[in-house]
Design a protein around this ligand. Structure first.
Ligand code: FEO
Length: 399
């Protein structure tokens, strides 16, 4: 890749990671980028760095514009290692005059790198720094995605360096949203939100409100991952508004695992009932669908109907893992129901109900379990259960 000019004197100098396929449990099928940005002004300033493995690429990009040793200021918008891993080596190369970070960023940098001698300059929301012709305005964005996170807004150019927010794990040779299929960018943005930011939805809501109040003239949103928004800013802001407020479609997901196809047959019938009720339905067998892809679908679905047989008085491991992952992400405004087959002890439905309640998903059915293989009458009962859940989805979405 080559550096890319975003505006006069402002460059993307990050790295593209075509190979990464796992990001702490999130499947990154399209790879990712670690975006870093350089402003050449009276004070030459670098915003964020890259994962340690990609330092060479960052240095090549910066060197194509200016000698890295001429960088005066370093801004750390986020301390997670995908953006800070190369800091120790980079600090030795550039020896910046100042390293700007949030108060929590200062603590996190010390806890990560144990370097008291770095030239920290702690900034808070509203702090402005002049680079010469340009001004950076900082905005703390705690928990989006870590306590240290902050945005940097370049006032004169209207460019918002938004750290993890509005990002996507999406490796491309293009840098802007209008150079790639919008459907792909939106799909990866939804996956990113569902798997990284979902649990912080109340904070996203507050952040969007405060950004609107600040009346910033945002011409470009440049996140630390994926493409830069210069044409469809309104679309991604509207999508974040929708996702953080838990708006859901008339859609149900039947998420299940099966041992000898009994639970799978029940799942088929429940899905049939949902379809008959006029609800868009997707069947997601955990054997074939990655939990992070399922979370992307959870984002805009109203109902989660989960099914699992009983194994050793418990759940199948893929279902137990999925429920643990989903609970941590705190989906908002969902309804749910459970079903499953069993042989003798039959605890799975009770455990599924417990897990849904712990995830704050409203149970709309007692749950349905069946011993061994379902016959036509049992499958009819499942069909009826699907119809009832479908009707409830419609009622809830009409409220
Ligand atoms: Fe891209 Fe929270 O790091």
């Amino acid at each position: 890749m080559n550096p890319t000019e975003l505006a006069k004197g402002i460059y993307w100098v990050g790295a593209v990671d075509w190979d990464v396929r796992d990001f702490h449990g999130y499947s990154t099928n399209r790879g990712t980028t670690y975006n870093a940005f350089l402003i050449v002004d009276e004070k030459v300033t670098l915003f964020d760095t890259v994962k340690r493995t990609h330092l060479g690429e960052l240095l090549r990009h910066v060197s194509a514009i200016i000698d890295p040793a001429k960088i005066d200021y370093l801004v750390v918008n986020h301390v997670e290692m995908d953006h800070s891993g190369s800091l120790p080596e980079l600090m030795d190369i550039i020896k910046p005059e100042k390293l700007f970070c949030s108060p929590m960023g200062h603590k996190a940098l010390l806890d990560h790198f144990h370097r008291e001698d770095w030239p920290y300059e702690v900034v808070k929301s509203g702090t402005e720094i002049s680079l010469g012709k340009r001004t950076i305005q900082f905005l703390e964005t705690r928990m989006l995605h870590w306590p240290d996170s902050m945005f940097s807004f370049i006032k004169e150019d209207g460019i918002l360096f938004s750290s993890d927010a509005f990002g996507q794990h999406y490796a491309t040779s293009e840098r802007f949203d209008d150079q790639v299929p919008l459907s792909e960018v939106m799909e990866e943005s939804a996956k990113y939100y569902a798997n990284i930011l979902y649990l912080f939805s109340p904070l996203v809501k507050k952040l969007l409100a405060s950004v609107a109040e600040m009346n910033l003239d945002i011409k470009m949103i440049a996140p630390d991952h994926g493409i830069i928004w210069r044409t469809n800013q309104e679309k991604i802001l509207a999508a974040y508004q929708r996702w953080c407020s838990g708006q859901a479609n008339e859609k149900a997901l039947v998420i299940y695992d099966t041992m000898w196809q009994s639970t799978a047959q029940m799942a088929q019938s429940i899905a049939g009932g949902l379809e008959e009720a006029g609800v868009s339905t997707e069947m997601l067998n955990l054997r074939y669908n990655h939990h992070s892809d399922i979370m992307t679908k959870v984002l805009e679905a109203k109902a989660l109907v989960v099914g699992c047989p009983t194994l050793n008085n418990g759940l199948l491991p893929r279902m137990a893992g999925f429920l643990t992952y989903m609970k941590g992400l705190k989906p908002v405004g969902k309804i749910g129901a459970a079903f499953g087959s069993f042989g003798w002890s039959g605890e799975s439905v009770k455990l599924l109900n417990q897990a849904l309640e712990e995830a704050k998903i409203e149970l709309v059915e007692e749950g349905f379990r069946h011993k061994y293989v379902p016959g036509p009458e049992v499958l009819d009962e499942c069909l009826e259960m699907g119809r009832r859940i479908g009707a409830t989805i419609k009622e809830k979405n009409a409220e």
